[in-house]
Design a protein around this ligand. Structure first.
Ligand code: KG4
Ligand code: ZN
Length: 353
């Protein structure tokens, strides 16, 4: 089954063609990062207007890349959650395309997309159930237990900021640019091997507590920076130390909580997805600490490419395939159903999905 998918929930418009949930025939992300770097974050109206500008040229580029749309079986798009203006552009483009080509439409939840990004370019049965998956990016920081495809139990979430949001805020405090995760990683690249002098807090670290909290950590960074600025010692060396101590804290908290939850739930696989799963330090920590927690490296899964960690349409095409296979009632196959899609009516990924 070949699915043409579009994702436009935030600041990037992406198109992809994915076959049978795993084979990525084509995936393009039309990034708006440069535009939002100017303001140090996404201004929703600016993002929506750029999506309007990008929609048709990016669709045309996709059509050229795959030699036309004649062999597509279905169209998929992100229904939500996300920025309303951005979502509406992707949804209406997908609706028009489905009606024009006479193909069914499959709406996908953004977080479900991130979850199924782990199946891209892998054998379908490589990831064993039951599993625990951490979806962690700018807008969400959730832990799900899955007994099978489409069986989700939300077992933990952030009580305040998501880890990606903390990366973005701390990068702004340290004057490193946007998006924060890649900016901090790049900044730290030159200082690899340096020992970290500061120890920043690890919130809610007690075993058995599967929730997260990152806003205190961000406030702590703010306090350190203010002190240095007051003393006139806000040097590159100090910024490196703070950035490294911040990343160390986030990585340890995410990884240790994920291992703890996976052990508690008797999981066969431990998966990470979402923008923060592109972080090299997190992947390295997970792989080097797996044994200590009773897991083999082969039981730890990150998306195969960084492209599939951050927002992309291939993950939407993958999730849509599993929707079609396991939840055919969710396929919209009449003009009335296709036109009825609304970002305000997005379902919940959780015990009722
Ligand atoms: O999944 P995503 O593209 O969009 C959302 O659904 O939010 O994730 C974007 C988030 C941003 O907060 C960004 O700073 C973070 O993921 N991120 C990273 C890295 N790449 C992206 N965080 C840490 N390290 C990275 N390499
Ligand atoms: Zn996302």
């Amino acid at each position: 089954m070949r699915i043409l998918a579009v994702e436009s929930s935030c600041d990037d418009m992406s198109w992809a063609v994915v076959k049978d949930g795993t084979d990525v025939e084509s995936c393009h992300v039309f990034s708006q990062a440069d535009l939002h770097a100017v303001t140090g974050g996404v201004v929703p109206e600016v993002a929506a207007r750029e999506h309007v500008r990008q929609a048709i040229p990016s669709l045309r580029a996709m059509g050229e890349a795959i030699g036309g749309f004649q062999n597509i079986d279905a169209i998929a798009m992100t229904q939500g959650p996300g920025l309303l203006g951005s979502l509406i552009v992707g949804i209406s483009t997908a609706q028009t395309l489905a009606l024009f080509l006479g193909k069914p439409l499959i709406p996908v939840h953004h977080i479900e997309g991130h979850i199924y990004a782990n199946w891209l370019e892998r054998d379908k049965d490589e990831i064993k159930f039951p599993l625990v998956v951490l979806t962690v990016s700018g807008g969400h920081n959730d832990l799900y237990y899955m007994k099978d495809f489409f069986s989700y139990e939300l077992i933990g979430h952030s009580l305040d900021d998501a880890a990606g949001e903390a990366f973005d805020k701390v990068a702004r405090i340290l004057e490193l640019g946007y998006p924060g995760g890649p900016a901090i990683e790049k900044f730290l690249k030159e200082s690899e091997g340096l020992s970290i002098r500061r120890h920043l807090p690890r919130a809610l670290k007690q075993k058995g507590n599967h929730h997260f909290s990152f806003s205190g950590l961000k406030s702590d960074v703010k306090r350190h920076v203010q002190l240095l600025k007051d003393e006139g010692t806000f040097t590159v060396e100090e910024r490196i130390d703070i950035a490294a101590a911040f990343q160390e804290s986030v990585v340890e908290v995410l990884a240790e909580k994920l291992f703890d939850a996976a052990k508690y739930m008797n999981a066969q696989s431990v998966c990470v997805s979402g923008g923060v799963s592109a972080n090299n330090a997190l992947k390295e920590y997970m792989l080097t600490h797996a044994h200590k927690h009773g897991f083999q490296e082969e039981q730890i899964f990150f998306p195969m490419k960084k492209l599939y960690s951050t927002d992309n349409a291939a993950m939407i095409g993958a999730a849509a395939y599993y929707v079609a296979e396991r939840k055919p009632e969710k396929i919209l196959d009449t003009p009335e159903k296709i036109m009825g899609v609304s970002p305000l009516l997005v379902y919940t990924v959780g015990n009722d999905a």
